[in-house]
Design a protein. Sequence first.
Lengths: 105, 490
Amino acid sequence: MSLDKDTVARIARLARLKVPEEELGALAGELSGIFAWIEQLNEVDTKNVEPLSSVSDVTLPMRADKVTDGGIAAKILANAPGGAVYIEPGDKNAGGFFTVPKVVE
Amino acid sequence: MTALTDLTVAQLSVAMAKKEASAVEVADAHLKKLDEHRALNAFITETPDKAREMAKASDARRAKGEAGLLEGVPLAIKDLFCTEGVQTTAGSHILEGFVPPYESTVTTNLWKSGAVMVGKTNLDEFAMGSSNMTSYFGGVENPWKRRGDNRKLVPGGSSGGSAAAVAAYMVPGSTGTDTGGSIRQPASFCGIVGLKPTYGRCSRWGVVAFASSLDQPGPFARTVEDTALLLQAMSGHDPKDSTSAPLAVPDFVAASRNPDVKGMRIGIPKEYRVDGTSPEIVALWAQGMEMLKAAGAVPVEVSLPHTKYALPAYYIVAPAECSSNLARYDGVRFGLRVPGKDLAEMYHNTRGAGFGKEVRRRILIGTYVLSAGYYDAYYKKAQRIRSLIARDFKEAFEKCDVLLTPTAPTSAFAAGEKMDDPVTMYLNDMFTIPASMAGLPGISVPAGVDKDGLPLGLQIIGRSFDEETMLRAAAALEKAASFKGRAAGY
């Protein structure tokens, strides 16, 4: 399995990850090396094997379907990198918004 | 009198109970060590004020007769655990300056037991690495050096800062997290004990997620008993993490104080004899078995046929989960934001600037293996292999009670070595990843030194949710090996 520069650029776009053009070549080489090494998994016959998604034999516990917290808008917005806007500037727990660049013209 | 910083968790508890030292004095003695050894870069954030405040409160509790299991014991916390009001970075630029408004469950449990936080330790970025060299805040230096060689060595990773802090006697214990070996491998490199519990034993709530089906918090300390004390406080079901097991927490401390292995069957997996392992480690492994045999244990050769596939399967599963988990870092709600002309460009710029090289690489691998047309060939295939690995262990544990293996294929390497090719670096975790893939508990115990005087660990792997038997075997190995090594100058 060999990945070319275009494939790496396409994956980077899917991941919303800016990768400088000049790094694409080296990255394609590294990723191709990793995937070539991963290829050895094809030696294993897994036709009748169920995929394992959880290692735990324990049944996951259920809990009552009720609200256990709330009224913490200020805490949630405290780390907003673009700053936050509150509905009621006098009451920071009433709710508010994260701010992002304009999406709709 | 022995210096307070030379005492173990258990010894400190006795000293404070006997009023030979107050929690404030104990905290101050350790904070002084943080000052002295700052050059190791073991900490990203030191919290001396918080430590003194917590120690004062601890002394007040003790005076009222309300001492907890870890009352007054100073601990370092891997900077992957969210700590309320204290910056939590995950070793990444993208979380620099992030101050969590909540506390992780594991640290909450530790503070409830009376422990005192001295700071947040350095780590590989988002816990992705085996050298601590991928941290945005710079590498950590291992307190150990090769005899007659002044080059700086890595402490292992990803919990390198937590391991170095304990090895340098800055703290008697610390927390780590282990996804593919991130507690056990640095413990081996630094000559201390590191324990990864069964997946589900400790809550992951408030721990910055890397690979959710593998991540598990655990302790570092200088003795097996001390790791048991820490694990005792850290463990337990948490309604906020549905994968934390609703099981009673056994008496780990009692198990760690009972090094009786008479009749215990110790499995030696033949597939762990692989090329590339240092001959000294192979010899130490045999010695470890002899020691346990002399203590009354019975060696049993077992087979784990899919061992060699654990590592490549891990490098599908872990990056896949990482690419999903790290999708949340988008510059909108917390962390770094790098502006762009529109929302999409802001995402690209933020993530491109915020993530380091290894994290970017893993996000790309994960995105690729989960993308349309490749999901079955890679992700599903890896999960099927994971089934086979888990089955191997189940079958082996019909013939034995614990497994004994090396922890890592080499001793600590120099900063810069093994950096050219990612696969070479990944091979560091070849002995720890299989147990991670099966969710099993593992502990690394320092058992000897190599020709350069560097510590080497042996790993004991236990059955699912049977840390007690594992701790008994570890205590027996610790007693027989009686490793007394200490890095020169620390």
